[in-house]
Design a protein around this ligand. Structure first.
Ligand code: HEC
Ligand code: HEC
Length: 174
């Protein structure tokens, strides 16, 4: 009897401990200060955790698309709040972080394909993996196709635009 009681008390304790840890983790995502912080904290937590937001690196247009899509998902955001939220998100969770950490050239070269690279090729890994690679056109074609096979999901058109861009931006060093 004593043993059974002890065991269930232990279970209860472990269940509570796990719940406390989960709660602490969900509270742990911190937003940087700034105008728009409160809006994001209020509006963007109703359906999913903030980590979905803080993990992203998008420019203003990219964030605007997300916010508009969230409104379609049912987020109750006022038209007037869109620019404030987008501005805040682009400033704090913008694409520049991984691009500018490259040193040297400082950021990605401009060109058709840059946007695709920033939006699509950052969902599973850092851009560092891309910018530290040098290959000729055939090499980049193989890489992009293998990323598509993993689930990058580029259209045929975007695939060829991106291959051109990568072969020019990160060519094979002779
Ligand atoms: C009414 C519910 C709801 C609210 C409120 C909401 N979201 Fe979402 N969010 C979703 C759903 C559903 C998904 C997954 C489907 C999708 O991507 O549209 C999602 C996915 C996401 C993603 C990952 C998908 C992607 O395209 O990168 C991001 C980032 C995101 N939300 C950001 C936000 C931001 C920022 C806000 C506040 C402006 C917000 N969400 C508010 C429902 C919501
Ligand atoms: C669905 C997830 C996913 C997406 C999206 C994705 N990658 Fe990857 N990528 C991976 C994984 C997993 C690895 C490591 C395993 C490997 O090398 O096969 C990787 C490795 C790489 C590498 C280094 C290894 C190599 O093959 O030389 C490069 C370069 C790369 N990715 C480029 C890209 C580019 C460019 C894009 C955009 C078209 C992209 N990735 C999008 C999952 C992804």
């Amino acid at each position: 009897m004593k043993w059974i009681l002890g065991k269930s008390a232990m279970w209860l304790f472990m269940t509570i401990a796990a719940a406390v840890v989960a709660f602490a983790a969900s509270q742990g995502t911190q937003l940087p200060e700034g105008e728009g912080k409160q809006l994001v904290a209020d509006m963007c937590t109703a359906c999913h955790g903030l980590e979905l937001v803080t993990e992203k690196e998008l420019d203003k247009d990219g964030w605007k698309e997300v916010v508009v899509r969230m409104m379609a998902n049912g987020a109750t955001i006022d038209e007037k709040q869109i620019p404030v939220i987008t501005e805040y998100l682009a400033k704090n969770f913008g694409p520049k972080k991984s691009a500018s950490s490259q040193g040297g050239g400082g950021g990605l070269p401009d060109g058709e394909g840059k946007q695709i690279l920033q939006n699509v090729c950052t969902t599973c890994h850092d851009l560092d993996l891309v910018t530290s690679t040098q290959a000729n056109k055939q090499g980049w074609e193989d890489i992009v196709k293998s990323m598509n096979a993993k689930g990058a999901g580029l259209s045929d058109k975007d695939t060829s635009v991106l291959i051109e861009y990568l072969a020019k931006a990160f060519p094979e060093k002779k």
